[in-house]
Design a protein around this ligand. Structure first.
Ligand SMILES: [Zn+2]
Length: 336
Protein backbone atom coordinates (compact mmCIF):
# COMPACT_ATOMS: atom_id res chain seq x y z
CA UNK A 1 0.00 0.00 0.00
CA UNK A 2 1.30 3.45 -0.97
CA UNK A 3 -0.55 6.56 0.16
CA UNK A 4 -0.94 10.18 -0.88
CA UNK A 5 -3.08 12.06 1.65
CA UNK A 6 -4.24 15.40 0.28
CA UNK A 7 -5.09 17.10 3.56
CA UNK A 8 -4.05 17.33 7.20
CA UNK A 9 -3.89 20.18 9.71
CA UNK A 10 -0.81 18.97 11.57
CA UNK A 11 1.17 22.18 10.94
CA UNK A 12 -1.58 24.22 12.60
CA UNK A 13 -1.40 21.90 15.59
CA UNK A 14 2.36 22.27 15.78
CA UNK A 15 2.07 26.06 15.46
CA UNK A 16 -0.45 26.18 18.31
CA UNK A 17 1.94 24.09 20.38
CA UNK A 18 4.81 26.51 19.62
CA UNK A 19 2.66 29.48 20.58
CA UNK A 20 1.58 27.77 23.79
CA UNK A 21 5.19 26.91 24.59
CA UNK A 22 6.23 30.53 24.14
CA UNK A 23 3.42 31.75 26.38
CA UNK A 24 4.22 29.25 29.10
CA UNK A 25 7.93 29.90 28.73
CA UNK A 26 7.40 33.63 29.17
CA UNK A 27 5.12 33.08 32.16
CA UNK A 28 7.39 30.66 33.97
CA UNK A 29 10.72 32.09 32.87
CA UNK A 30 11.92 28.84 31.41
CA UNK A 31 12.04 27.30 27.93
CA UNK A 32 12.44 23.77 29.10
CA UNK A 33 9.46 21.98 27.61
CA UNK A 34 9.23 18.66 25.86
CA UNK A 35 9.30 18.74 22.08
CA UNK A 36 6.28 18.21 19.91
CA UNK A 37 7.19 17.47 16.31
CA UNK A 38 6.59 15.12 13.40
CA UNK A 39 8.65 12.34 14.91
CA UNK A 40 6.82 12.29 18.20
CA UNK A 41 3.61 14.13 18.75
CA UNK A 42 0.26 13.30 20.22
CA UNK A 43 -1.58 13.93 16.94
CA UNK A 44 -2.68 11.74 14.06
CA UNK A 45 0.20 12.42 11.64
CA UNK A 46 3.68 11.38 12.69
CA UNK A 47 6.70 10.10 10.78
CA UNK A 48 6.38 6.59 12.31
CA UNK A 49 2.66 6.56 11.43
CA UNK A 50 3.33 7.67 7.85
CA UNK A 51 6.00 4.97 7.54
CA UNK A 52 3.51 2.37 8.72
CA UNK A 53 0.95 3.61 6.18
CA UNK A 54 3.45 3.55 3.29
CA UNK A 55 3.02 7.30 2.77
CA UNK A 56 4.51 8.56 -0.48
CA UNK A 57 3.32 12.12 0.01
CA UNK A 58 1.47 13.97 2.73
CA UNK A 59 -0.09 17.34 1.91
CA UNK A 60 0.47 19.68 4.88
CA UNK A 61 -2.04 22.52 5.05
CA UNK A 62 -1.08 25.89 6.45
CA UNK A 63 -4.53 26.36 7.92
CA UNK A 64 -5.32 29.56 9.68
CA UNK A 65 -8.30 30.62 11.65
CA UNK A 66 -9.45 34.22 11.51
CA UNK A 67 -11.19 33.92 14.90
CA UNK A 68 -7.81 33.19 16.52
CA UNK A 69 -6.12 36.23 15.02
CA UNK A 70 -6.63 39.63 16.59
CA UNK A 71 -4.68 41.16 13.71
CA UNK A 72 -7.05 39.78 11.06
CA UNK A 73 -5.82 38.30 7.80
CA UNK A 74 -2.45 40.07 8.10
CA UNK A 75 -1.77 38.08 11.27
CA UNK A 76 -3.10 34.94 9.55
CA UNK A 77 -0.55 35.45 6.77
CA UNK A 78 2.20 35.62 9.41
CA UNK A 79 0.84 32.33 10.79
CA UNK A 80 1.08 30.75 7.32
CA UNK A 81 4.72 31.86 7.02
CA UNK A 82 5.39 30.44 10.50
CA UNK A 83 3.86 27.07 9.51
CA UNK A 84 5.99 26.97 6.35
CA UNK A 85 8.97 27.58 8.62
CA UNK A 86 7.89 24.71 10.88
CA UNK A 87 7.75 22.29 7.94
CA UNK A 88 11.13 23.54 6.67
CA UNK A 89 12.69 22.93 10.07
CA UNK A 90 11.12 19.45 10.33
CA UNK A 91 12.62 18.51 6.94
CA UNK A 92 16.00 19.79 8.16
CA UNK A 93 15.67 17.93 11.44
CA UNK A 94 14.77 14.57 9.85
CA UNK A 95 16.57 14.62 6.49
CA UNK A 96 16.52 10.85 6.07
CA UNK A 97 12.79 10.66 6.72
CA UNK A 98 10.95 13.53 5.08
CA UNK A 99 11.66 16.05 2.32
CA UNK A 100 9.78 18.78 0.46
CA UNK A 101 8.22 17.94 -2.88
CA UNK A 102 7.48 20.72 -5.35
CA UNK A 103 6.50 18.49 -8.26
CA UNK A 104 5.55 14.93 -9.08
CA UNK A 105 9.18 14.34 -10.09
CA UNK A 106 10.32 15.32 -6.59
CA UNK A 107 7.94 12.74 -5.12
CA UNK A 108 9.50 10.09 -7.35
CA UNK A 109 13.02 11.12 -6.36
CA UNK A 110 12.17 11.20 -2.66
CA UNK A 111 10.61 7.76 -3.01
CA UNK A 112 13.82 6.41 -4.57
CA UNK A 113 15.73 7.82 -1.62
CA UNK A 114 13.29 6.23 0.82
CA UNK A 115 11.84 9.55 2.00
CA UNK A 116 8.30 10.68 2.62
CA UNK A 117 7.35 13.72 0.50
CA UNK A 118 5.81 16.78 2.12
CA UNK A 119 3.62 18.98 -0.10
CA UNK A 120 2.75 22.43 1.24
CA UNK A 121 -0.76 23.83 0.87
CA UNK A 122 -2.55 26.94 2.15
CA UNK A 123 -6.08 26.54 3.50
CA UNK A 124 -7.66 30.02 3.53
CA UNK A 125 -7.01 32.26 0.54
CA UNK A 126 -8.07 35.21 2.74
CA UNK A 127 -4.43 35.44 3.81
CA UNK A 128 -3.72 37.09 0.45
CA UNK A 129 -5.82 39.97 1.80
CA UNK A 130 -6.25 41.30 -1.72
CA UNK A 131 -2.49 41.22 -2.45
CA UNK A 132 -1.95 39.19 -5.61
CA UNK A 133 1.85 39.20 -5.18
CA UNK A 134 1.44 36.95 -2.15
CA UNK A 135 0.48 34.08 -4.46
CA UNK A 136 3.89 34.24 -6.12
CA UNK A 137 5.57 34.54 -2.73
CA UNK A 138 3.74 31.44 -1.48
CA UNK A 139 4.52 29.54 -4.68
CA UNK A 140 8.21 30.39 -4.28
CA UNK A 141 8.08 29.10 -0.71
CA UNK A 142 6.82 25.77 -2.02
CA UNK A 143 3.02 25.98 -1.82
CA UNK A 144 1.47 23.78 -4.52
CA UNK A 145 -2.22 23.82 -3.60
CA UNK A 146 -4.42 26.65 -2.41
CA UNK A 147 -7.87 26.42 -0.84
CA UNK A 148 -9.22 29.86 -1.88
CA UNK A 149 -12.05 29.98 0.65
CA UNK A 150 -12.39 28.54 4.14
CA UNK A 151 -15.58 29.08 6.16
CA UNK A 152 -15.67 32.89 5.89
CA UNK A 153 -16.25 35.34 3.08
CA UNK A 154 -12.84 36.60 1.96
CA UNK A 155 -11.11 38.42 -0.92
CA UNK A 156 -11.64 35.38 -3.18
CA UNK A 157 -15.37 34.91 -2.59
CA UNK A 158 -17.98 33.08 -0.55
CA UNK A 159 -17.88 29.94 1.62
CA UNK A 160 -20.09 26.87 1.89
CA UNK A 161 -23.21 27.73 3.86
CA UNK A 162 -26.59 26.43 4.96
CA UNK A 163 -28.00 29.73 3.71
CA UNK A 164 -29.04 29.11 0.08
CA UNK A 165 -28.48 32.77 -0.78
CA UNK A 166 -24.83 32.61 0.35
CA UNK A 167 -24.40 29.20 -1.31
CA UNK A 168 -25.28 30.79 -4.67
CA UNK A 169 -22.66 33.52 -4.39
CA UNK A 170 -19.40 32.80 -6.19
CA UNK A 171 -15.95 34.28 -6.72
CA UNK A 172 -15.29 38.01 -6.62
CA UNK A 173 -13.27 39.69 -9.40
CA UNK A 174 -10.06 39.37 -7.36
CA UNK A 175 -10.86 35.70 -6.72
CA UNK A 176 -11.33 34.97 -10.42
CA UNK A 177 -8.00 36.57 -11.28
CA UNK A 178 -6.23 34.85 -8.40
CA UNK A 179 -7.62 31.41 -9.35
CA UNK A 180 -6.35 31.91 -12.92
CA UNK A 181 -2.97 33.07 -11.69
CA UNK A 182 -2.59 30.18 -9.22
CA UNK A 183 -3.12 27.70 -12.07
CA UNK A 184 -0.61 29.46 -14.30
CA UNK A 185 1.96 29.48 -11.48
CA UNK A 186 1.53 25.74 -10.90
CA UNK A 187 -0.78 25.42 -7.91
CA UNK A 188 -3.75 23.06 -7.64
CA UNK A 189 -6.90 25.07 -6.85
CA UNK A 190 -8.96 23.40 -4.14
CA UNK A 191 -12.77 23.64 -4.17
CA UNK A 192 -13.22 22.24 -0.64
CA UNK A 193 -15.03 24.73 1.65
CA UNK A 194 -16.21 26.89 -1.30
CA UNK A 195 -19.87 27.81 -1.85
CA UNK A 196 -21.62 26.04 -4.72
CA UNK A 197 -21.36 29.27 -6.73
CA UNK A 198 -17.62 29.56 -6.06
CA UNK A 199 -17.18 25.87 -6.96
CA UNK A 200 -18.61 26.58 -10.42
CA UNK A 201 -16.62 29.80 -10.83
CA UNK A 202 -13.39 28.00 -9.89
CA UNK A 203 -14.03 25.32 -12.52
CA UNK A 204 -14.82 28.02 -15.09
CA UNK A 205 -11.72 30.13 -14.32
CA UNK A 206 -9.12 27.46 -13.57
CA UNK A 207 -6.06 27.42 -15.80
CA UNK A 208 -4.55 24.41 -14.06
CA UNK A 209 -5.62 21.36 -12.05
CA UNK A 210 -8.56 21.44 -9.64
CA UNK A 211 -9.40 19.15 -6.71
CA UNK A 212 -11.57 18.92 -3.62
CA UNK A 213 -8.76 18.07 -1.22
CA UNK A 214 -11.04 16.98 1.67
CA UNK A 215 -14.75 16.68 0.85
CA UNK A 216 -17.34 13.88 0.83
CA UNK A 217 -20.69 13.21 -0.88
CA UNK A 218 -23.78 15.31 -0.16
CA UNK A 219 -26.06 12.49 -1.38
CA UNK A 220 -24.98 10.39 1.63
CA UNK A 221 -24.49 13.16 4.17
CA UNK A 222 -26.31 16.39 3.55
CA UNK A 223 -23.68 18.87 4.73
CA UNK A 224 -22.84 22.01 2.72
CA UNK A 225 -19.12 21.04 2.95
CA UNK A 226 -19.84 17.95 0.86
CA UNK A 227 -20.13 17.66 -2.94
CA UNK A 228 -23.45 17.15 -4.74
CA UNK A 229 -23.62 14.44 -7.42
CA UNK A 230 -23.56 17.13 -10.09
CA UNK A 231 -20.43 18.66 -8.55
CA UNK A 232 -18.74 15.24 -8.46
CA UNK A 233 -19.51 14.71 -12.15
CA UNK A 234 -18.25 18.16 -13.10
CA UNK A 235 -15.07 17.81 -11.06
CA UNK A 236 -14.40 14.36 -12.51
CA UNK A 237 -14.95 15.70 -16.05
CA UNK A 238 -12.40 18.42 -15.31
CA UNK A 239 -9.85 15.70 -14.45
CA UNK A 240 -10.06 16.51 -10.74
CA UNK A 241 -10.32 14.35 -7.67
CA UNK A 242 -11.84 14.48 -4.18
CA UNK A 243 -10.07 13.35 -1.02
CA UNK A 244 -12.21 11.32 1.39
CA UNK A 245 -12.59 13.27 4.65
CA UNK A 246 -12.66 11.23 7.89
CA UNK A 247 -14.59 13.82 9.93
CA UNK A 248 -17.83 12.31 11.33
CA UNK A 249 -20.10 15.31 10.59
CA UNK A 250 -19.12 15.02 6.88
CA UNK A 251 -19.42 11.19 6.84
CA UNK A 252 -22.70 10.56 8.65
CA UNK A 253 -23.59 13.82 10.36
CA UNK A 254 -22.65 12.37 13.76
CA UNK A 255 -19.61 12.39 16.02
CA UNK A 256 -18.45 8.96 14.93
CA UNK A 257 -15.93 8.33 12.19
CA UNK A 258 -16.72 4.86 10.91
CA UNK A 259 -15.12 2.69 8.29
CA UNK A 260 -18.47 1.62 6.83
CA UNK A 261 -19.38 5.27 6.14
CA UNK A 262 -15.97 5.91 4.55
CA UNK A 263 -16.49 2.90 2.31
CA UNK A 264 -19.98 4.10 1.33
CA UNK A 265 -18.68 7.56 0.34
CA UNK A 266 -15.89 6.07 -1.78
CA UNK A 267 -18.37 3.72 -3.50
CA UNK A 268 -20.65 6.68 -4.24
CA UNK A 269 -17.76 8.74 -5.60
CA UNK A 270 -16.92 5.85 -7.93
CA UNK A 271 -20.55 5.56 -9.08
CA UNK A 272 -20.76 9.28 -9.84
CA UNK A 273 -17.23 10.11 -10.97
CA UNK A 274 -15.59 6.80 -11.95
CA UNK A 275 -12.76 4.97 -10.22
CA UNK A 276 -10.25 7.63 -11.33
CA UNK A 277 -12.08 10.15 -9.13
CA UNK A 278 -11.73 9.37 -5.38
CA UNK A 279 -8.61 10.04 -3.36
CA UNK A 280 -7.75 10.44 0.32
CA UNK A 281 -7.92 13.76 2.20
CA UNK A 282 -8.09 12.54 5.80
CA UNK A 283 -8.27 15.96 7.51
CA UNK A 284 -6.23 14.38 10.31
CA UNK A 285 -5.35 16.77 13.14
CA UNK A 286 -8.10 19.07 11.88
CA UNK A 287 -10.93 17.87 14.07
CA UNK A 288 -11.52 17.32 17.77
CA UNK A 289 -14.45 16.05 19.71
CA UNK A 290 -15.05 12.77 17.87
CA UNK A 291 -16.67 10.17 20.10
CA UNK A 292 -15.42 7.24 18.10
CA UNK A 293 -12.91 6.77 15.29
CA UNK A 294 -12.27 3.54 13.38
CA UNK A 295 -9.04 5.04 11.98
CA UNK A 296 -7.68 7.24 14.77
CA UNK A 297 -4.29 7.92 13.13
CA UNK A 298 -2.44 7.55 9.85
CA UNK A 299 -0.76 4.36 11.09
CA UNK A 300 -4.11 2.56 10.78
CA UNK A 301 -4.73 3.51 7.15
CA UNK A 302 -4.52 -0.08 5.96
CA UNK A 303 -7.85 -0.71 7.72
CA UNK A 304 -9.45 1.49 5.05
CA UNK A 305 -7.66 -0.45 2.30
CA UNK A 306 -8.97 -3.75 3.69
CA UNK A 307 -12.47 -2.34 4.28
CA UNK A 308 -12.71 -1.16 0.68
CA UNK A 309 -11.34 -4.44 -0.61
CA UNK A 310 -14.00 -6.30 1.34
CA UNK A 311 -16.61 -4.04 -0.28
CA UNK A 312 -15.49 -5.31 -3.69
CA UNK A 313 -13.01 -2.66 -4.82
CA UNK A 314 -10.18 -4.17 -6.87
CA UNK A 315 -6.47 -3.80 -6.05
CA UNK A 316 -5.92 -1.57 -9.07
CA UNK A 317 -8.86 0.70 -8.12
CA UNK A 318 -7.47 0.82 -4.57
CA UNK A 319 -4.10 1.91 -5.87
CA UNK A 320 -5.91 4.69 -7.73
CA UNK A 321 -7.81 5.84 -4.63
CA UNK A 322 -4.82 5.72 -2.32
CA UNK A 323 -2.22 7.14 -4.68
CA UNK A 324 -2.66 7.36 -8.45
CA UNK A 325 -5.66 9.69 -8.66
CA UNK A 326 -3.91 12.32 -6.55
CA UNK A 327 -0.73 11.63 -8.48
CA UNK A 328 -2.47 12.42 -11.78
CA UNK A 329 -3.53 15.84 -10.47
CA UNK A 330 0.01 16.56 -9.25
CA UNK A 331 1.42 15.50 -12.63
CA UNK A 332 -0.72 18.06 -14.41
CA UNK A 333 0.81 21.02 -12.52
CA UNK A 334 2.62 23.52 -14.71
CA UNK A 335 6.34 22.69 -14.70
CA UNK A 336 8.28 24.88 -12.26
ZN1 LIG B 1 -10.71 22.11 5.95
Amino acid sequence: MRLIDMHCDTLWKLLCFEKEKEKRGAAEGTKDFSEEDLMRNSGCITIPGMRKAGTLAQFFACFTYLDHAEGGYEECYEDVLAMIQILDSQCEKYPGEIAHAYSFRDIRENEEEGKISAVLTVEEGGVLNGKMERLLELYRKGVRLITPIWNYENCFGYPNSRDPQVMKLGLKEFGKEAVEYAGRLGMIVDVSHASDGAFQDILDCAKGPVAASHSNCRALCSHPRNLSDEMIRKLANAGGTAGLNFYGPFLSGGKESKLEDMTAHIMHMIRMGGSEFPAIGSDFDGFDGMEYEDIPWVGDMELLWHGLKKAGITESQLDGIFRKNAQRVLKSLAPS
